[in-house]
Design a protein around this ligand. Structure first.
Ligand SMILES: [Zn+2]
Length: 308
């Protein structure tokens, strides 16, 4: 458990197991606490009674010891011996009683120690939970929801974002959610879409006949593309957008996907940007593309600050 969790799913998994463990310890400590109270309630009168009897026996012993000495002085050895014997019996009985008191007290003290230990363990788990929650706040990766319904683990989806810069996701994408309702493959519709208003990436139903691995391979690139949209909307400032417009118009669409939007005269800047962003984080071709732009002296502040 020394590894620091990196994705929301990992944090959540650990958090759930810590919370479960903490709840178990809490139930245990409540149990021990009530054991202590009932033990005190039941045994305290017994202890008091034993102590009282022990005190009586102790004074009887002292009395007989004195009588035995007096008898010795009067040289009544037989009487002295009998007092001595009696006194000895009282002393032994008194010692037995005291031993029983100690046993009772030790039992209670043992439970008290169990209770103190459980409180310490509780505090340890509370600290673990607190630090996990702190880690969760620093993770910029969006939380994946609902992918188990198509045989993909939410953790696998979240891991697709691990190599992207935190500042491209923090506060601009909260969730990646699988929707079984919208079918992709409608003309021009991607398998994923980014809601600027809700800051959510929706992943739509993939084509039929794909196994879980193929579905994941189909979804992953689309996720990076959608982060590109989030970056375009929330990370680029107006100046950078204007620069990007110039770059994009000068170099043209980077691939056939961007070309499709280009022809529609709709969202061409941002679709070209999202595809460039995806390729940049997926392969070297984009690096060469950006380098070409850079060498031609049309460097954008975004490329400078974020990509190169
Ligand atoms: Zn797009």
């Amino acid at each position: 458990m020394s590894d620091v969790p990196r994705t929301p799913s990992e944090v959540n998994g650990l958090l759930q197991s810590h919370i479960k463990q903490r709840d178990r310890i809490q139930a245990y400590s409540i149990n021990v606490d009530s054991e202590i109270s009932s033990a005190l309630k039941n045994t305290q009168p017994i202890i008091d009674e034993l102590r009282e009897q022990a005190d009586k026996l102790a004074s009887l012993f002292r009395e007989h010891y004195q009588k035995a000495r007096d008898a010795y002085l009067l040289e009544d050895y037989e009487e002295a011996q009998s007092y001595k014997q009696k006194g000895y019996e009282y002393e032994t009985a008194c010692r037995d009683l005291n031993a029983r008191v100690v046993t009772f007290t030790q039992g209670i003290e043992k439970n008290r120690q169990r209770y103190r230990d459980s409180l310490l363990a509780l505090r340890r788990y509370d600290d673990k939970i607190k630090s996990l929650k702190a880690i969760a706040r620093t993770i910029a990766i969006p939380k994946a929801v609902g992918f188990d319904s198509i045989g993909i683990s939410n953790k696998d989806i979240e891991e697709s974002f691990l190599h992207l810069p935190n500042r491209h996701m923090k506060d601009v994408i909260t969730t990646v959610s699988y929707s079984n309702i919208i079918r992709c493959m409608k003309e021009g519709r991607s398998i994923a879409s980014y809601s600027v208003k809700d800051k959510i990436i929706m992943v739509h139903k993939p084509e039929a006949g794909l196994d879980a691995h193929s579905k994941l391979m189909r979804i992953k690139p689309a996720l990076i593309h959608e982060v590109g949209h989030a970056v375009y909307h929330y990370v680029l400032n107006d100046e950078q957008k204007a620069e990007w417009h110039m770059v994009s118009e000068t170099t043209g669409p980077i691939n056939s996907r961007a070309q499709m939007w280009w022809k529609k005269e709709e969202r061409r800047d941002q679709e070209n940007f999202a595809e460039c962003y995806r390729l940049w984080y997926e392969n070297d071709a984009a690096y060469i593309f950006f380098l070409k732009i850079w060498k031609r002296g049309i460097i954008t502040t975004f490329i400078e600050e974020n990509l190169l």
